[in-house]
Design a protein around this ligand. Structure first.
Ligand SMILES: [Zn+2]
Length: 411
């Protein structure tokens, strides 16, 4: 709630200004500072972070009002020193499945003992989620959102997909919208068991009455589909095409789960239809990479999934070298990757995907932000979505894996 008070109100008032100072390293992702880094001889990946050393910034009314060297900082109503720590744009987790009930730790243990993953466990979560009350789901979601913020994530996308009936999908979308404006309709997560004998009827439901209700209620900004012909539970190319085309015609943006379990049509379909993002991208051939490079569709890598399913990691270097825009996200879900930690994902991206620390941080902020129509940068006029690291440099995110360095700075 916005309170109409004077700009010189008490500390904590949203209209007062706050000076955050003694920032050892400020990561802005802003091209204005990036060009300064490049002329100072930084490598291109580091320069792109737009680093400002010994920096300060002023926050006013929830937005960044000033950035610069601490020695030149203007007066503000209140002041907070971060004592030489690094400040970065808050992480943008652009792929999560946070609204669910139940627990699949047993499935994880079985997988670590050698049982293969094929997407079938999703039905377990669907049953638990359908059986949970709104209050139970809201409490679980609220706790997960707090967990994300404690680890430096300030923006999150949330998908439905554990309802898979008209009422339950709409319920999950409503609950997601209580905590984020970035909501995705994933009625096409898997074919629910009650439709196993008549897949076409389920696709008709998703593209027909379910989508119509989502659009009528303004319940989601995006539609997503798990396009994976290798899974008996997920959707074929033709089914996925029908779902994405229906969503696009209804005015929704497109996101796709593609090429997770093996080579497949998901990536090329996403590029062809103008999806903002295709997520997983674990198995790519040269046509997939070329399609990504030409289309501008973002390749969102989710290496926590490969960690948790013991699958091979995606080839991030090949994508980066081809000029494909790359994002990182958690895919936080109870089956294939139950982590909410963007720092963990960054550590994996650096260690296992051979991204540089600078590339990984950019992909986890500006890269993922781009898939939500945001910039993920710290610049004057932008929302003050900030994270602080209990460390002097962004490199520590990968250098000190598993150590809780990052947290949301405000609020
Ligand atoms: Zn997912």
């Amino acid at each position: 709630m916005a309170l109409a008070q004077s700009p010189r109100g008490p500390p904590g008032d949203p209209m007062t200004s706050l000076l955050i100072t003694d920032i050892g390293e400020l990561v802005t992702n802003d091209p204005q500072w990036a060009s300064a880094g490049q002329s100072a001889g930084q490598s291109a990946d580091v320069a792109r972070l737009g680093l400002v050393r010994n920096a300060a910034l002023v926050v006013e009314a929830g937005r960044v009002a000033w950035i610069g060297p601490a020695s030149l900082a203007p007066q503000a109503d209140s002041q907070r020193s971060v004592a030489g720590r690094a400040v970065i744009p808050g992480f943008v987790d652009s792929h999560t499945h946070l609204v669910f009930a139940g627990d699949r730790a047993g499935e994880f243990a079985a997988r670590m003992a050698g049982t293969a993953y094929d997407g079938g466990g999703i039905a377990t979560t669907v049953a638990a989620t359908r059986g949970a009350s709104d209050e139970e789901l809201r409490a679980l979601l609220t706790a997960r959102m707090a967990e994300l913020r404690r680890q430096g994530t300030t923006t999150v996308e949330i998908k439905s997909g554990y309802g898979l009936s008209m009422d339950d999908e709409l319920r999950l979308l409503r609950l997601a919208a209580e905590v984020t404006p970035h909501v995705t309709f994933l009625g096409a997560h898997v074919v629910p068991t009650e439709y196993a004998a008549d897949r076409a009827a389920y696709v008709d439901l998703v593209t027909g009455p379910m989508l119509a209700a989502v659009v009528e209620q303004g319940a989601a900004a995006y539609v997503d589909v798990f396009c994976e012909p290798r899974s008996a539970h997920a959707f074929t190319e033709e089914e996925a095409r029908a779902i994405l085309l229906a969503g696009r015609s209804a005015g929704l943006g497109l996101r796709v789960h593609g090429n997770q379990l093996g080579p497949g049509p998901g990536v090329r379909l996403a590029c062809e239809l103008g999806a903002v993002s295709v997520d997983h991208c674990t198995y790519l051939d040269s046509d997939d990479v070329a399609a990504l490079a030409e289309s501008g569709t973002v390749a969102t890598l989710l290496p926590g999934v490969e960690f948790s399913t013991r699958h091979p990691y995606p080839d991030a270097r090949r994508l980066l070298d081809a000029g494909v825009p790359v994002a990182l996200a958690t895919d936080c879900n109870p089956g294939t990757c139950y982590t909410s930690s963007m720092p963990f994902v960054i550590a994996l991206a650096v260690r296992e995907l051979r991204m540089t620390p600078a590339e990984a941080l950019y992909a986890a902020t500006a890269g993922s932000a781009a898939t939500l129509g945001l910039r993920g940068r710290i610049a004057v006029g932008e929302p003050a979505d900030l994270a602080v690291l209990d460390a002097p440099s962004h490199v520590h995110l990968a250098y000190r894996p598993g150590v809780p360095l990052a947290s949301a700075l405000l609020g």
